[in-house]
Ligand binder design. Structure first.
Ligand SMILES: Nc1nc2c(ncn2[C@@H]2O[C@H](COP(=O)(O)OP(=O)(O)O)[C@@H](O)[C@H]2O)c(=O)[nH]1
Ligand SMILES: [Mg+2]
Length: 237
């Protein structure tokens, strides 16, 4: 397979957010409860997106603070980063700042060297744990959007948006490379340079907007129990 169809992805985020679970779900469809948080591992998997087969190499990093020193230059050299946080841990979105700072330095370096810039997608994981939610989808989306990154809520446990997240990532890398070949070089990624939302985000608990006049939404009020499949309808930014 030629280089154009190879994509390297670094999965990062705080310890316990579900990096290994997400990675293993994609690679092996496997769900187990505990993975050794100290282990950094790499995997290869192929996916066909829009008729083109890509070889993805994923690095599942060891996210806990004491192991961050193990982050190698090769992790930062990735074509794309999946920044994972845990929607049930209030500080886990903030923890992405650490990784984002490294990625921004990397972006500066690539700009200076006239290389293709990295693509970043943010994943708010554990969206099956609605009752324990600490970070609203809106806050996650805002964090991502303000940096020009894509956004998804995922559940490795329920296998929600796992394939979709990686498909989005592959498409953005593909588009970024095409732009680069055509001489289109964004100085900094901006929210407006990215794709528009595919669908409105579902009403989150605190900021639901009532339907407009004449609308008879059967799902109003938003607090009523949600039907199974709700999260599988959650679209990306
Ligand atoms: N409920 C739920 N638990 C999850 C999910 N993803 C991971 N976990 C659990 O969260 C813990 C940490 O997951 P792990 O993948 O080891 O996180 P890592 O340290 O980021 O690699 C484990 O107990 C997983 O079973 C998810 O989507 N939903
Ligand atoms: Mg892990």
């Amino acid at each position: 397979m030629d280089q154009a169809h190879r994509i390297s992805i670094t999965v990062c985020g705080d310890g316990g957010c579900g990096k290994s679970s997400i990675t293993l779900r994609l690679v092996r469809s496997q769900w187990t409860h505990e993975y050794d948080p100290t282990i950094e591992d790499s995997y290869s998997v192929t996916r066909t997106i829009d008729g083109v087969t890509y070889s993805l190499s994923l690095t599942d990093t060891a996210g806990q603070e004491e192991y961050r020193g193990l982050w190698s230059a090769s992790n930062l050299g990735a074509d794309a980063f999946l920044l994972v946080y845990d929607i049930t841990q209030a500080n886990s979105l903030q923890a992405l700042e650490y990784f984002n700072e490294m990625i921004e330095i990397e972006r500066e370096t690539r700009l200076e060297q006239d290389r293709v810039l990295p693509v970043c997608i943010v994943a708010g994981n554990k969206c099956d744990l609605q009752g324990m939610r600490q970070i609203s989808a809106r806050d996650g989306l805002e964090w991502a959007k303000s940096r020009g990154y894509g956004f998804m809520e995922t559940s490795a446990r329920e296998m929600v948006n796992i394939e979709e997240t990686f498909a989005l990532l592959v498409k953005r890398v593909r588009d970024m490379r095409l732009d680069y070949e055509r001489g289109i070089k964004p100085a900094v990624p901006t929210a407006t340079s990215r794709t528009l939302p595919l669908a409105p985000l579902p009403a989150t608990n605190e900021k639901a907007v009532p339907p407009g006049p004449g609308s008879h939404s059967p799902s109003w009020p938003p607090d009523q129990p949600r039907k199974k499949g709700f999260w599988s309808k959650l679209k990306c930014w």
